[in-house]
Write a protein that binds this ligand. Structure first.
Ligand SMILES: Cc1ncc(COP(=O)(O)O)c(C=O)c1O
Length: 423
């Protein structure tokens, strides 16, 4: 995490101290590094360009769900990224951030007619279709507008990508995609619909994938399918390979390099002559953010030393939802000569599952100390809620010495103002 480093024993993001940010904005809050988003995007594109060469047409469609703040999407826009969206809300955010329709793909298993209509008007690059009824509805809506909707069908290749079951999507029995065995039939059906133009094939097999093999198996299946669809006369110019590249959350994680990934991509789908669309999310945003939190109380029971912090599962759901294990460090380095003790870090929410980390080794933490939950830039703020009537916490973007509040704290008073007691 090179944009987050210690300077005089205080954790900084780029050139700004996290202590200073906490004083200005209060805790808990998310803090992002602009440079880290840029580095992550540039590392991916340079690895692909080096291995594949310039002749390939590649679109990085940043997966907006991982971090959907418009300032973040705008950084990606200035790097020429496209976007992968899964709702009307994400589409509106993406357009507002400057990414044009011709660089947007629309994924998601339950698109509504309103979402389809809006996306058609925005002339998006591609709809990733997940069922025959969805195809029919899109065709009808496009026809009434006198348009043809560009589509790829999301294929479920029945591959177990590993990782937590809640983020593995490409095996039989999930709600996602159309079975690989039924793909030919689905494309034949689509080719007869008036409002549909077939442009591609799409897959997304899961998230936080740290082994190349599931990707290789899935991409080989995509390649076979493209050849057989072309044999049948279908025009396949795009392959959308989804997201899912894993990142290092802690020292025990191991992940392939992006150069190895690019070589595998070239081997499996490099000779198809297709535009290659990738939908990375956490690879771009994960290590670009931390969740800054304060210790409210230290509570010792017979079994555990609890550190109760002011961030909770409503602010950061990943540990409760996916058993995610994030490194947590002290913002001000404490005396290195002191022995570390193990703590269980929990939030104030009235749920046993509101545990942010089971075993955290820290040196003499005190009430009021600041902690940083690392690698919290992806699926952090974008998954937050107001459970237990807690406020939505702020997001701050740092660039060099400059810090900007890119989402202000949304208070309980503001949330209550949307409610009404009937007379
Ligand atoms: C269709 C689709 N594309 C891309 C992504 C991004 O995945 P990741 O953040 O693991 O790259 C997701 C995540 O769930 C997804 O569902």
């Amino acid at each position: 995490m090179n944009s987050f480093s210690f300077n005089s024993d205080i954790l900084h993001v780029e050139n700004v101290s996290l202590v200073k940010i906490s004083k200005n904005v209060g805790t808990p809050l998310y803090v992002y590094s602009k440079k880290q988003f840029e580095n992550n995007y540039n590392l991916l594109t340079s690895s692909l360009n080096k291995t594949l060469g310039k002749k390939y047409d590649i679109l990085i469609a940043y997966s907006v769900k991982s971090n959907s703040n418009i300032a973040v999407i705008n950084i990606l826009n200035s790097l020429n990224s496209g976007a992968d969206v899964v709702s009307l809300g994400e589409l509106k955010r993406t357009l507002k951030s400057g990414i044009s329709g011709d660089r947007i793909v629309f994924s998601g298993v339950g698109k509504t007619s309103e979402e389809m209509s809006f996306a058609l008007d925005a002339n998006i690059l591609q709809f990733n279709i997940e069922s025959i009824p969805e195809l029919k509805m899109l065709s009808e809506i496009a026809s009434t507008k006198g348009k043809k909707a560009p589509i790829a069908i999301r294929i479920n290749p029945d591959i177990n990508a590993g990782g937590h079951k809640n983020i593995s999507t490409g095996f039989e029995g999930t709600k996602f995609g159309i079975d690989y065995k039924e793909a030919q039939e689905a494309y034949d059906y689509a080719s007869n619909l008036k409002g549909i133009e077939i442009v591609g094939v799409d897959i997304h097999i899961g998230s936080q994938i740290n082994d190349l093999e599931p990707f290789r198996l899935a991409y080989e299946k995509v390649s076979d399918l493209v050849f057989s669809l072309r044999d049948k006369g279908h025009n396949i110019s795009n392959i959308d390979l989804g997201g899912g590249i894993g990142i290092l959350y802690n020292d025990s994680d191991h992940i392939f390099s992006l150069t190895e990934y690019a070589a595998m991509l070239k081997q499996t789908v490099g000779d198809l002559g297709c535009k290659i669309i990738l939908e990375p999310g956490r690879l771009i945003s994960g290590n670009a953010g931390v969740l800054l939190t304060k210790i409210i109380r230290i509570k010792t029971t017979n079994k555990y030393n609890f550190l109760l912090i002011d961030a909770a599962m409503n602010d950061f759901l990943r540990p409760a939802l996916y058993e995610a294990n994030h490194d947590i460090i002290e913002v001000i380095k404490s005396d290195k000569n002191n022995n570390k003790k193990v703590y269980k870090i929990a939030g104030p929410i009235c749920e046993t599952g509101d545990v942010i980390k089971e075993n955290c080794y820290l040196t003499n933490p005190q009430e009021g100390d600041l902690l940083a939950i690392l690698c919290a830039g992806a699926y952090g703020a974008s998954m937050s809620s107001t459970y237990n009537s807690r406020s939505l916490i702020p997001e701050v973007l740092v660039s060099g010495k400059k810090m900007d509040i890119i989402r202000k704290r949304i208070s309980t008073e503001e949330l209550i103002s949307f409610e009404r007691i009937p007379e």
